[in-house]
Design a protein around this ligand. Structure first.
Ligand SMILES: [Zn+2]
Ligand SMILES: [Zn+2]
Ligand SMILES: [Zn+2]
Ligand SMILES: [Zn+2]
Length: 198
């Protein structure tokens, strides 16, 4: 981010108390990416999405950079079941839209309607050992036994790692398709998908 653009952003919003708060949100989004929340999206069903910094985002034709949801990172994701497909149970985090895909015969949460789950640290450190789930949207979908799923351009992947760029810069999301009540997006750098209430 170049300093002149930052200064201009701040000046633009800092002419009132409300403006200062908005300027801070805007700055935070410029640095870390926009905030997402499925609980807010479900209240605004059908309306065009707008970040709390004031910027319209998550359109179907432009890329959106989103930040990590700190509460999910610290406390774990809160999941509900949204689908059964390709021999897998699929879940989504009610806050950040993080999905989970478990093969039906290896799903430790199959009897739960809502549960909290943290990411598996060993997978985060050393990479996910993945199996193929489906091919769609000109991409190949994979899942690890920890439940983490990815959409990748390459077929026959056995392992997927989280690139450092996503840890520091957030995810760069593009729309893929509507799935049930959700719009699905995927990150061009890591293949991570997200579901946001449409
Ligand atoms: Zn924002
Ligand atoms: Zn989450
Ligand atoms: Zn994993
Ligand atoms: Zn990413």
């Amino acid at each position: 981010m170049n300093p002149t653009t930052l200064a201009a952003e701040i000046e633009l919003w800092s002419d009132s108390k409300h403006g200062v708060r908005k300027a801070w949100r805007r700055l935070s989004c410029l640095l870390f990416g926009h905030k997402v929340s499925n609980s807010i999206f479900s209240l605004l069903r059908g309306a065009a999405k707008q970040c709390n910094c004031g910027v319209p985002y998550l359109s179907h034709c432009e890329e959106t950079r989103v930040s990590h949801t700190v509460s999910c990172f610290l406390a774990g994701h809160r999941y509900i079941r949204i689908a059964v497909r390709s021999g897998h149970n699929e879940y989504v985090c009610v806050r950040c839209g993080h999905p989970l895909l478990f093969r039906i015969d290896r799903d430790p949460y199959s009897t739960r309607t809502i549960f909290v789950k943290k990411v598996r640290y060993l997978c985060n450190l050393f990479g996910h050992r993945v199996h193929a789930v489906a091919s769609r949207c000109d991409l190949h979908e994979y899942a690890c036994d920890c439940g983490h799923s990815f959409l990748k351009a390459e077929a026959e992947r056995r392992e997927v790692k989280h690139p450092a760029v996503c840890l520091f810069a957030g995810h760069f999301l593009r729309f893929t398709e509507r799935r049930g009540d959700y719009d699905e997006y995927f990150c061009r750098n890591c293949g991570h998908t997200f579901y946001f209430v449409s």
